[in-house]
Design a binder for this molecule. Structure first.
Ligand SMILES: [Zn+2]
Length: 197
């Protein structure tokens, strides 16, 4: 289907027009009445035959009535979202990316899509290092531990042995957290010796 569309003869134009509804629908769409493609579940494009070869009818409409410079690798989009519409006023040239963007923007089920999706607004996040490229793998010395950890300031050093004893005796982190006024993360850090002495 991806072929350049040759200029029409008068006979071509008459034959083409005879396959399109002469009355626009309420949306202004001029619908293709003849055969269409069956490869799209969302609704088929009309197919028009020129010199024995099939072309998408809306592309023919666009090329013959709006822009005869249309190339086979350029997408023609429907502004009306009606695949069978051949109203040249409802057709614009665009890339396949635009096509997908439109589809995303129209998908109300997924509010954050298309141009608002983080992959478009912050494409660098797609390349954020992960796994073996994460800094913790590349340079394990950057992982904060021991004396690089923030100092636990709320608890006097003299209290730490008591806390450790409580923990050793089976006190739960949540209870130690209440008793000593520290976060459970801090309790855990102390329990595992990861605090600055
Ligand atoms: Zn239309």
């Amino acid at each position: 289907m991806a072929r350049d569309i040759r200029p029409p003869t008068n006979e071509d134009l008459l034959r083409f027009q005879s396959k399109i509804s002469s009355c626009p629908s309420s949306s202004g769409c001029l619908e293709w009445l003849a055969g269409g493609s069956t490869d799209r579940p969302s609704g088929s494009y009309g197919i028009f035959t020129i010199d024995g070869k099939g072309y998408y009818a809306h592309r023919v409409s666009y090329a013959w009535q709006k822009d005869n410079t249309l190339k086979s690798n350029e997408a023609v989009r429907h502004t009306c979202d009606n695949p069978r519409c051949c109203n040249p006023d409802h057709l614009i040239k665009g890339t396949h990316l635009d096509n997908m963007r439109d589809r995303s923007a129209r998908n109300r089920c997924n509010p954050v899509t298309g141009d608002d999706h983080y992959s478009r607004t912050s494409p660098e996040l797609l390349n954020a290092p992960k796994g073996d490229n994460h800094y913790s793998r590349l340079d394990p010395s950057k992982i904060r531990k021991g004396d690089k950890l923030p100092k636990v300031t709320k608890l006097p050093d003299s209290e730490i042995p008591k806390l450790k004893e409580d923990l050793a005796n089976g006190m739960r982190g949540v209870d130690a957290s209440k008793k000593y006024g520290l976060s459970q993360a801090q309790i855990s850090a102390i329990k595992h010796g990861k605090y600055r002495k």
